[in-house]
Design a protein. Sequence first.
Length: 232
Amino acid sequence: MVVYNEIVALTAGTGLLGFAWFLRQLIRNEPIESEGWAAFFGLTGLLLFVTGVHTTVTWPFGADGFEYANIAFGQPAAAFGALLLFAAIYLWRHREILTGDVVDVPANNARMLRALKPVSLFVGALGLGMAVLAFTFVRFQLGAAPPEEPISGRFGHLPILEALFLGGLWGIVAVGAILFVVALLTNRPQLLRWAIWAWLIGGVVFLLFGAMNFYTHIGMYYNIEHGTMHKW
């Protein structure tokens, strides 16, 4: 079974943190370094889009009731990657306006927020999907680690714990997405601050979760290969 949810989670967390930081700069009328942000969104977006699409169409996660991971991980990654790529293209195309000799920062930032309004519909739709996935994790108690997996496997006999963790993680990202679309479509920019906080929290947890999985998943394969049961 060839999977890569470690780098997907790591990159998704980084992408959430980066977009939250970018959005914070917009609403605080700070200058935007368009080329740097375009590179950031392009790199994270491309990686998420490619791996997400591949997971979505090939279902690399194996059988034994783990097929749901292809849906819960692959499809959100592909969609988020596409959104980050949109941001990269937009910022690259407008780099001369944003970083030229004469820059009207408030006008440029207000223009970018207006440009985000149409795409916010898709962000909100993804937020709805993430909210449903959060409920699904808890309802069916999905995500329990096998006993061979270090750290997480110690709690595998209590599937509700990891289900609540994953449901909460997907849920906090969903809250940010729904607040984002409501803020833009109702012209209530004060709500964007709450969306930023939701994505900051979700981004940090996703990043740490993905980083931890490099250890726990390698440890799981080691335990399976060598017949050991390292728990930490």
